[in-house]
Design a protein around this ligand. Structure first.
Ligand code: HXC
Length: 291
């Protein structure tokens, strides 16, 4: 049987065997479901979904099995009404060192094109709940692309971001050329994609790829804290806000503003909009129904 893990109270990873890992809001997460990731709920109110990539020997190289498991965990958190935000992290050494090169080495064009290789990798970009990447160590190739599919990136001060595919005779294949260019601009994106050079956490922050940089041991807790803040708001309204910001990637300014206006108008059909404004007027904290 594959090695399974669950985190003990002391934070240590312990081998685990097909035993329920946690029970939450009518939904049961079973540690045995996952071989390559650790899945938990975090935060004071257990309202932050937490996914830790866990292939330490391969620096969290993103093999197909790992990405399928991430997709499954995201589905679980999307369906869990207790969860209001999701944090994805790796280890101190590596968020993820890229797609699994050993798995890709002998693939043919026919297999890639015919099988639509990597088609399911963008799953995290389709999730409605806000997703925060907490990045320590290497975020390279598919690892950098995976982080960029998240909504917010927090980085540890030793994190390194890069798109080194050119050194392997290929190019980014999961949005790297697109999302990196939108995040840092054409010149730096070109340099990174064409040379394979990495940038530090500080450079990534300066360039707009990363929101905040923290000491290595604080990145995850800060990401969870951000997740808790988001989860304390209305989930319904957060999903609308996320949809509107993401539309800025895809639409013209006029189309984007039109979509934003429609979504803004539709918040007035919700109880949470009414509660938010009423709470302000009554000088109390809002108690959102959909939180
Ligand atoms: C498979 C990987 C891997 C990867 C590291 N490993 N990266 N295995 N795929 N992407 C494995 C190594 O083979 C090794 O296992 C172990 O992890 C430790 O790696 P080392 O190289 O010994 O560590 P270190 O010297 O510290 O160097 C770390 C590193 C280097 C700089 C991150 O491993 C590296 O350059 N990795 C490849 C980075 C990369 O090119 N990423 C892009 C991949 S292509 P063994 O068992 O051999 O000791 C890509 C395409 C995306 O992502 C397309 C769309 C998704």
């Amino acid at each position: 049987m594959a090695a399974l893990f669950c985190r003990s109270a002391g934070g240590l990873l312990r081998p685990f065997r097909l035993v329920p890992c946690m029970v939450a809001a009518g939904r049961q997460y079973t540690a045995g479901q996952y071989q390559y990731i650790l899945v938990e709920k975090k935060g004071e109110h257990q309202n932050v979904g937490f996914i830790q990539l866990h292939r330490p020997k391969a620096l969290n190289a993103l093999c197909d099995g790992l990405m399928i498991e991430v997709g499954r965990a995201l589905d679980q958190f999307e369906a869990d009404s207790q969860i209001g935000a999701i944090v994805i992290t790796g280890s101190d050494r590596a968020f993820a060192a890229g797609a699994d090169i050993k798995e890709m080495q002998n693939r043919t064009f026919q297999e890639c094109y015919g099988g639509n290789f990597l088609a399911h990798w963008n799953k995290v970009s389709l999730v409605k709940k806000p997703v925060i990447a907490a990045v320590n160590g290497f975020a390279l190739g598919g690892g950098c692309e995976f982080a960029m599919m998240c909504d917010i990136i927090y980085a540890g001060e030793k994190a390194q971001f890069g798109q080194p595919e050119i050194l392997l005779g290929t190019i980014p294949g999961s949005g790297g050329t697109q999302r990196l260019t939108r995040a840092v601009g054409k010149s730096l994106a070109m340099e990174m994609v064409l040379t394979g050079d990495r940038v530090s956490a500080q450079e990534a922050k300066q360039a707009g790829l990363v929101n905040k940089v923290f000491p290595v041991d604080q990145v995850v807790s800060e990401a969870i804290r951000c997740g808790e803040k988001i989860a304390s708001n209305s989930k319904l309204i957060s999903a609308m806000a996320k949809e509107a910001v993401n539309a800025a990637y895809e639409l013209t300014l006029a189309e984007g503003c039109r979509l934003e206006k429609r979504l803004f108008h539709s918040t007035f059909a919700t109880e949470d909009r009414k509660e938010g404004m009423t709470a302000f007027v009554e000088k109390r904290k809002a108690d959102f129904k959909d939180k």
